[in-house]
Design a protein around this ligand. Structure first.
Ligand code: SME
Length: 156
């Protein structure tokens, strides 16, 4: 199954369009949020050459590490801290072309150069964030923001 889900052809738009369909299919067959986050992280990570792809869940006053693909990461992030905590506080997607220029960026890995963090909503509440790190500068743009915001809406 994993091989069948690897989307290697096409540009960013084509890859996201196909990825979205695949994620919709996988997620619609399963109700468990953690299972769906795990497969979403795996599918995004396998499609693009990202450094780290995963979720932090809102647990009380903190973000706690959830399903991810990539190297070891920080387990907990306080409200308003780093790019993840800022996305939670500001209730908006954060697109960071150069993490060194983002005040308070939390460097889980010194190899991460750019980042995008997308809030995951359940009704009026943010219940998690999707965090993606790249080893390259300015990897993420409006297209990533648009598609990743659509993808996280699939999480129930
Ligand atoms: N860089 C993030 C921390 C999480 S790791 O990148 C996986 C931040 O500043 O919130």
């Amino acid at each position: 199954m994993a091989e069948n889900l690897l989307i290697a052809e096409g540009g960013k738009e084509e890859k996201y369009a196909l990825l979205y369909k695949q994620i919709s299919a996988v997620v619609s067959a399963e109700d468990d949020t953690i299972a769906n986050m795990a497969n979403i992280a795996a599918m995004i990570h396998a499609t693009f050459d990202f450094w780290w792809t995963g979720f932090y869940r809102v647990v009380g006053e903190e973000l706690v590490l959830g399903p991810f693909q990539g190297p070891l990461a920080c387990s907990r992030i306080a409200y308003g801290r780093g790019v993840c905590g800022t996305a939670w506080r500001e209730k908006t997607t954060q697109v960071v072309p150069d993490v060194e220029l983002f005040p308070g960026h939390i460097a889980c890995s010194s190899l991460s150069r750019s980042e995008i963090v997308v809030p995951v909503w359940s009704g009026e509440q943010i219940t998690a964030v999707l965090d993606i790190d790249s080893e390259h500068l300015a990897t993420f743009d409006e297209k990533d923001k648009e598609w990743l915001e659509r993808i996280v809406k699939l999480i129930k």
